[in-house]
Ligand binder design. Structure first.
Ligand SMILES: [Mg+2]
Length: 367
């Protein structure tokens, strides 16, 4: 059996968030960019992959796919996925072993997996072998720094009423004591049973983290996410030894080896691997296995790629739950994914589920 790739197409979109501008300690987001990769094979199958970024920046990944990866893909067997990923990686590794070049490879890797699934007419999770038939959701579609404390409390209360038992709050205000006051208000509003996660998006120094993070224990915070820059493994290890709140990292780690360093140094307790930042699904599964070997829970990072990570969580025994973020963008997929009573239902269509609707492409295409 072979599936020869005869055509590679990339489409760049800039899609507005249909809500107020949302803000964390590093970004103020009004739009999200998407790149759809479309692979067609000689036997008539079409594979869809995608990757994403906050505006602007994804053009660099599209250029990598168009100029570096497409010549390697045309005429190749789509089932030779791991060899193709290796060749794509070394085609431009001198200008980027991580970042946009890797984001482009992941988009192609998803399309190759999509073809492998469609060849046997199965959704990704079913092909990989499910460990569970529904996946718990936790909400990260809120908690933004741009919101007032009253807005935070109102939104957290609404989410709990919808059936979520876990919510996330952004930290990283100029005065971290203001962060603590906001946490206190939300904890008081939702009561002791609801899990509260916190996310600094890398804004703190070790000095700030050592001063502020010990006080999170007072509010029974489930985890402290990305307190410092991702390159500072040693700083995270120092912090984790000094506090009882578990540290979570992963959304800005691009390699299996970065996860190895964090885990081996005791610098995190929760692993938030994101297949769109790694080299795709295969490397994500390697990180999941690494975490399992250290008896660590996996909580995939997602912004817009829930459909993919819900399927990966379904096949990963040590995956706890998957973020539900940017709900206003869910309808952009040909078959949206839904949360009912705090759980995702698993996609039923064959493939990875990353095909963007034609109407969305027509309205928001920029390249
Ligand atoms: Mg985060």
């Amino acid at each position: 059996m072979s599936m020869i790739i005869q055509d590679v197409k990339t489409i760049l979109l800039r899609v507005p968030l249909q809500q107020r501008t949302i803000t964390d300690s590093q970004s103020s987001v009004t739009h999200v960019e998407f790149m759809q990769v479309v692979l067609r094979t000689t036997d008539g199958l079409t594979g869809y992959g995608m990757n994403w970024s906050y505006t602007p920046g994804l053009k660099a990944a599209q250029t990598a796919v168009d100029e570096n990866y497409t010549p390697l893909l045309i005429g190749a067997d789509a089932l030779d996925r791991r060899e193709l990923v290796r060749r794509m990686f070394f085609s431009n590794h001198f200008i980027g072993r991580v970042g946009a070049t890797r984001v482009g490879i992941a988009a192609v890797e998803f399309a190759l997996w999509d073809l492998a699934c469609k060849a046997v007419n199965l959704p990704l999770w079913k092909l990989l072998g499910p460990a569970r038939n529904s996946v718990k959701a936790y909400s990260t579609d809120g908690g933004w720094l741009s919101w007032s404390t009253e807005d935070l409390v109102r939104d957290a209360t609404r989410l709990v009423e919808r059936g979520f038992d876990a919510v996330k709050l952004k930290l990283g205000l100029p005065d971290p004591l203001d962060d603590l006051a906001r946490i206190a208000a939300v904890r008081k509003a939702v009561g002791p049973k609801i899990k509260i996660m916190t996310d600094v998006n890398c804004a703190w120094t070790l000095a700030t983290a050592l001063r502020i993070a010990p006080r999170l224990a007072e509010y029974d915070i489930t985890w402290l996410e990305e307190p410092m820059l991702p390159e500072d493994v040693r700083g995270h290890a120092t912090l984790q030894r000094a506090i009882t709140t578990p540290i979570a990292v992963g959304e800005t780690l691009y390699t299996l080896q970065s996860f190895r360093d964090y885990i081996a140094d005791g610098a995190c307790c929760f692993v938030q691997a994101d297949a769109t930042k790694l080299l795709g699904i295969d490397e994500w599964l390697q990180v999941a296995a690494l975490a399992a070997a250290w008896n660590l829970p996996l909580v995939p990072h997602t912004n817009v790629q829930q459909k993919l990570h819900v399927q990966l969580a379904a096949v990963t025994p040590n995956a706890l739950m998957v973020e539900n973020c940017y709900e206003s963008l869910n309808d952009m997929w040909v078959e949206p994914i839904h949360v009912k009573n705090g759980h995702y239902t698993l996609p039923q269509e064959p493939g990875c589920g990353l095909q963007i609707r034609d109407a969305v492409i027509r309205e928001h295409r920029i390249g």
